[in-house]
Design a protein around this ligand. Structure first.
Ligand code: BGC
Length: 807
């Protein structure tokens, strides 16, 4: 098999590619630079490029994405990339890449649309779970390792979305205004690392960067990517992100996805009319063929497609779900559960019974399997234990009481009552509300083609359409948990105030070509209170209460709030008041506010943990495994205290422009620069044991420094720590600099009493800033602080290095 990961980029052009280029007709070349309709077995992959069989050029199948191949058939659903980043360990990223790369090839795919490496800039980002972190060093390390893992399996990796796709709000039209230093220091390093790691393809983003669409941005696609970084692979557009023909091709876009709106007939005409030179088309084709050749896809040297190994996938998924779990709080060592706590548990919360596997959007994978956390807990606790389950706070709703409807009718048209093809169904009546209230209506409906016409019934209350059609992106991309019911229907909820009295209600549904199952569901103050009361009773009766809490996010839209949805804050407060041994297990994409933090004993952040989430969570709760993850993003104390709070120009933007006013002070750099106390700082994560740090030494080594120290497990349990090295600003540079930046880290697992010497290298890049005047990296000379610790705010050792190699 060709050595795909270490093949030097920029190596001499393989002859094979030149020969093919000479033989390809104009039409054939055009067919290679844009997506088309899949032939043969279509497995729901995101993109397809037909090959040129007469010349042995294979067709290409391109599948999302960041947690495994997203197809219509199952795959291993890995934990979300943010959970992977929380391991702070590139070896896990490489293993993760190995699983998804192997599965992609086994499932007939050639290109995997991963990793997403855009920096987490706003806590509200709808895709924060799909990317890695708020720190460019950490993201770069994880991305490069994952790409190596994917490509070692013979699958081509795609680093996305170049560049500055840091928010979903108006992502297709927003212009990110970002200064050169910030762009270079904060957003671009992971892309550069991905290119160095040999990524075969780059995906250009939807948004504009400083006034030019990413897909026709010469500065990004040519000056930076090709001329400076030496990228020799191909650049594809994000799905529907191309806006022009000649301008895009010339700027450096090589492939339009998923169709040929601009790079199909229009490109052919432009070439024939002489408006675009064929040399530019040849350049794009050459880049594509060069990657195919490198992966052995042109001469048959690629190894045969392997057979899926779902057991191995599940093992790695579970290992990483465990490794990325972050113990945020553990008052009085309530975790791990021991003694009575293992025999008497009240499991509470929707995601205690419905496993939260993946976030929504293009990275949502159909999992091989997923266990309900309460079942995994019951199994671990054994037959003698009492493990109760209560919903506590619902999202999907209960039936609308037939008695509240006049004429009385069941609004559940599923199973035998489902509409068949071409059926239509209509209800006109009244819905009686007993007292003024706030009701959540939830519609569940079947829709075979997510990207096709909406088949949801029209439900009109007092003349208002409760579920109007949304802009395309929002209609397509529903949440990972809330977007689908356990029986596989789509779901959408809306909360409205209702006054006591009779309200007109009409429901109109059509069977269409596929038939339609649907039901209308409801949550009222009374049902919410009943769920809460049941949970409180269960918590009172148990030794320990474990509340599963969730926050759902998806591509295509940002979060409106960091507050937990669906009355979960009220639930947690009520349960914590009933039982001081309350543990919150959090499944969230990004940070959440925790108005109940002081009331609960422990918080275990599991992110979106993939298909093995239940087993991983149970192993951690019972102490079979030790939590060792760290936060790859800061949790703010409230919604007013974070880097993009309170200024719409900074976020979410005004008139489709978002200005990166915080400059290089993204994430923890902002909290440090402004002296703001977060809820939990970057790098935070507790253990079931304690670690001591000793003996810091810094010594010049190579072009940088070695930082050495010893970490000792001073507790009585085996545990995992991530030792973090932060470097301070240079007194000699007159440029914005962070109070401290992560420059190196090491994950270690130590037995009780065991000590390990750690030596980490600070490279010149970690000691440099980008000068926008000189347009290059400048080494920051002088005496610079070095701090080593357990988080960005728990620094245990301090020293300095004297940087003298000034350029
Ligand atoms: C997303 C990409 C994804 C593509 C294909 C787009 O909407 O932004 O990340 O790879 O769809 O599904």
């Amino acid at each position: 098999m060709p050595d795909v990961s270490s093949a030097p980029l920029g190596a001499a052009e393989p002859d094979r590619v030149s020969v093919l280029l000479d033989r390809l007709t104009l039409d054939e070349k055009i067919s290679l630079v844009h997506g088309g309709d899949a032939e043969g077995d279509h497995l729901g992959e995101a993109g397809y490029v037909p090959g040129v069989p007469r010349l042995g050029i294979p067709s290409l199948r391109l599948a999302d994405g960041p947690v495994g191949p997203r197809l219509t058939i199952p795959a291993t659903a890995m934990p979300a990339p943010i959970a992977l980043a929380a391991t702070f360990a590139p070896e896990f990223a490489e293993a993760f890449g190995g699983v998804i790369g192997h599965e992609a090839r086994a499932l007939g795919q050639d290109v995997l649309l991963t990793p997403m490496v855009n920096q987490i800039r706003t806590p509200y980002g709808g895709r924060n779970f799909e990317t890695f972190s708020e720190d460019p060093f950490l993201t770069a390390e994880m991305a490069a390792a994952q790409i190596r893992g994917v490509q070692d399996q013979g699958t081509i990796a795609t680093v996305k979305h170049l560049a500055v796709n840091n928010q979903e709000h108006r992502r297709t039209s927003v212009d990110a205004r970002v200064d050169e230093q910030t762009l270079r220091e904060m957003e671009l390093p992971p892309f550069e690392a991905a290119v160095q790691a040999g990524a075969g393809t780059v995906m250009a983003a939807y948004n504009s960067v400083n006034g030019a669409f990413s897909c026709e941005n010469t500065d990004l696609l040519t000056t930076l990517l090709r001329d400076e970084w030496g990228f020799t692979g191909w650049v594809m557009s994000d799905w529907g992100a191309t806006h022009s023909t000649g301008a895009s091709l010339l700027a450096g876009l090589d492939m339009e996805m998923p169709t040929g709106e601009y790079f199909g007939a229009r490109l052919k005409k432009a070439v024939l009319d002489g408006d675009v030179s064929e040399a530019h088309l040849n350049r794009a084709v050459r880049r594509i063929l060069t990657v195919l050749d490198r992966f052995g896809l042109l001469d048959g040297s690629a190894p045969p497609r392997p057979v899926r190994d779902s057991a191995a996938g599940a093992r790695t998924a579970q290992e990483i779900a465990i490794a990325g779990a972050v113990l945020l709080r553990n008052d009085k060592d309530v975790l791990p559960l021991t003694g009575d706590a293992t025999r008497s548990l009240a499991v509470i919360g929707l995601t205690g019974a419905v496993p939260f596997v993946s976030g929504g959007g293009s990275s949502h994978v159909l999992p091989d399997r997923a266990t309900a956390p309460v079942d995994a807990i019951r199994q671990r606790a054994g037959d003698d234990a009492s493990v109760t389950y209560s919903l506590g706070a619902d999202h999907f709703g209960g039936p609308v009481p037939v008695s509240a409807l006049n004429p009385a009718v069941s609004l559940d048209r599923t199973g035998p009552d489902a509409l068949t093809r071409d059926d239509s169904w209509r209800y006109d009546g009244t819905l009686t509300v007993e007292q003024d209230d706030e009701w959540t209506f939830v519609v569940h409906w079947s829709q075979r083609d997510l990207f096709g016409p909406v088949t949801r019934p029209r439900i009109v209350l007092d003349g208002t359409d409760l579920f109007p059609e949304l802009p395309e992106m929002e209609e397509w991309f529903a949440g990972g948990l809330t977007g689908e019911t356990v029986d596989g229907l789509r779901a959408r909820a809306v909360t409205v105030p209702v006054a006591a009295g009779a309200h007109s209600l009409s429901v109109e549904a059509r069977g269409g070509t596929d038939g339609l199952s649907f039901r209308l569901r409801l949550l009222t103050s009374a049902t919410r209170a009943a769920h809460r009361t049941e949970a409180v009773r269960a918590a009172q009766a148990a030794d320990t209460a474990v509340v599963f809490a969730w926050q759902d996010t998806t591509e295509g839209q940002d979060l409106a709030t960091l507050s937990l949805p669906a009355a979960q804050n009220e639930l947690i407060k009520a349960v914590a008041a009933a039982n001081p041994r309350t543990v919150v297990v959090l499944n969230s994409s990004t940070c959440v506010t925790m108005p109940w933090l002081e009331d609960v004993a422990a918080v275990l952040q599991m992110w979106y943990p993939g298909q093995q989430g239940a087993e991983a969570t149970s192993a951690l709760l019972f102490g079979d495994e030790a939590p060792g993850g760290k936060l790859p993003l800061t949790f703010p104390a409230d919604e007013d205290g974070h880097p993009v709070a309170g200024d719409p120009e900074s976020y979410p933007g005004v008139d489709d422009k978002v200005t990166y006013k915080e400059g290089i002070h993204v994430g923890y750099r902002w909290y440090d620069a402004h002296g703001v106390e977060p809820l939990f700082p970057f790098g935070h994560g507790l253990s079931y044991t304690e670690f001591a740090y000793e003996g810091l030494r810094t010594t010049p080594a190579g072009h940088g420094f070695d930082v050495s120290f010893t970490v000792r497990n001073t507790g009585s349990r085996r545990g995992t720590e991530v030792a973090q090295v932060y470097v301070g600003p240079s007194p000699r540079l007159d440029l914005p600099q962070a109070v401290r930046s992560l420059a190196a880290c090491q994950r270690l697992t130590l037995e009780p009493g065991e000590a390990q010497d750690v030596v980490l290298h600070l490279s010149p890049r970690q000691l440099s800033s980008w000068s926008a005047d000189a347009h290059r990296w400048v080494l920051g000379g002088g005496e610079r602080d070095v701090a080593v610790g357990s988080s960005s705010r728990d620094l245990r050792l301090r020293g300095t290095v004297l940087v003298t190699q000034e350029e």
